[in-house]
Design a protein around this ligand. Structure first.
Ligand SMILES: [Zn+2]
Ligand SMILES: [Zn+2]
Length: 415
């Protein structure tokens, strides 16, 4: 037999239901905030991710599923969603449509990480990108929408940690100071950081080994007046939206394209150590990928992590409401018609096998979790009726005309 690949998995019910519920909630929240869906391809040119995500990031350097296809093209499975959205935005001139520039995506991403508990090489992300709006209100809206989504799903104790990395000018000035600082203590850094000081000194900030010490003792960022004002405004608006947040000057995000506001969302359900998800501004990315000047902000959240938090919460009842049983050989046609009319009336209904014995079909009905069994036997077949039997409580069996069954069951389900 052939098994699935390591780090890849089948999402089985009831977990698949949980994922569907998360996605439905996300779509609803996106609708409220005016975000529209873009479905991007899973496979892109490799250079898209090298140029946008950054060639010194772990994602691109170590984890990307990149290969040469049969036609000799360098391609890669998408490791994250933002580059594809930005490419689509540029390729289809979406900035010229006069629309809001708010997009969301839901899809699987691929990273060849070492498989460990709760981490998969193919995982589903939900992401939101607001492209073309430099306003602090776009930042505050993006962050508060993310928290709204988590609250809607029942994730408790959500709060944001925010920081500003500043504009290109701010970053350049900080990069110089940090570079000098790192050069002076290069021998104390971990191997990979030492190797990339010159190429990308900022990467050391989110190194798991050197990052914490740097946050503590490294040079502090200072923002230009315009970045200071933007960050202040963002905080005022977050407060106005009732978002619980805290400024964390040590917060950086491990992708090259972030500028200005970056953020992470934490939940008391995970403890304070781990961020649930995050995002940030990327004001220069669209332009640097060959598009127009289009400041942007976005975030992404892994569905697996959210699903883990929701696993123990009671799931909605997916059992059918009625179970149709044919208790006579010739009753199969009528039973199947009844099944069809119940479903047409919006009442979820199921059956097992009309050819089997009454006893066997009733056993399946009990197992299904349905509230009522609707049984057509010889007498009912003659009279054009069906018997209604409650599977949850003892009660008299009622007999009702077949055409009345949907409305009758609706009444019973209400009561
Ligand atoms: Zn600045
Ligand atoms: Zn390091």
């Amino acid at each position: 037999m052939i098994n699935s690949l390591r780090g890849f998995r089948d999402l089985l019910p009831p977990e698949s239901d949980l994922f569907a519920r998360i996605e439905a909630a996300a779509r609803e929240v996106f609708g409220l905030y005016g975000y529209q869906e873009i479905r991007i391809p899973a496979l892109e040119k490799k250079e898209l991710f090298v140029k946008s995500t950054g060639d010194t990031t772990d994602i691109v350097e170590k984890e990307m599923y990149a290969f040469t296809d049969g036609g000799g093209r360098e391609v890669a499975m998408r490791p994250e969603g933002t580059p594809g959205i930005v490419r689509a935005y540029i390729e289809h001139n979406l900035g010229q449509t006069g629309r809001s520039g708010k997009y969301f995506y839901i899809g699987t991403m691929f990273r060849a990480e070492r498989p460990q508990a709760g981490r998969y090489r193919e995982f589903t992300q939900i992401g939101a990108e607001h492209i073309g709006n430099p306003s602090p209100a776009a930042d505050a809206e993006s962050i508060s929408m993310l928290i709204r989504l988590l609250e809607k799903l029942g994730v408790e104790g959500c709060s944001a940690e925010i920081n500003s990395l500043g504009c290109a000018e701010c970053r350049k000035a900080y990069r110089e100071i940090l570079l000098a600082f790192l050069r002076a203590r290069a021998e104390k850094l971990c191997e990979p950081c030492r190797g990339r000081i010159e190429r990308n000194p900022l990467r050391a900030l989110d190194c798991k080994i050197d990052g914490p010490a740097l946050a503590e003792a490294g040079p502090k960022r200072s923002l230009c007046p315009s970045c200071t004002e933007h960050f202040d405004r963002t905080q005022h608006l977050l407060a106005a939206a009732g978002v619980s947040y805290k400024v964390n000057p040590g917060l950086v995000r491990g992708l090259d394209y972030y500028t200005g506001t970056v953020f992470e969302v934490r939940t008391t359900a995970l403890g304070s150590q781990d961020a649930l998800c995050g995002g940030g501004r990327y004001d220069d990315l669209v332009k640097s990928m060959g598009g127009p000047v289009a400041p942007a902000i976005g975030w992404a959240i892994g569905e697996d992590r959210v699903a883990m938090l929701l696993k123990d919460k009671p799931a909605p009842d997916n059992a059918p409401r009625t179970f149709i049983v044919a208790a006579a050989k010739e009753a199969g046609d009528k039973a199947f018609a009844l099944l069809t009319s119940m479903r047409a009336a919006g009442i979820s209904s199921d059956f097992s096998n009309f050819e089997l014995s009454l006893k066997s079909q009733m056993r399946s009905a009990d197992k299904s979790g349905a509230a009522f069994a609707l049984i057509i036997g010889e007498d009912e077949l003659k009279a054009g009726t069906c018997a209604v039997k409650s599977l949850k409580e003892h009660g008299d069996q009622q007999t009702i005309p077949l055409p009345d069954a949907p409305s009758h069951i609706k009444q019973l389900l209400k009561g």
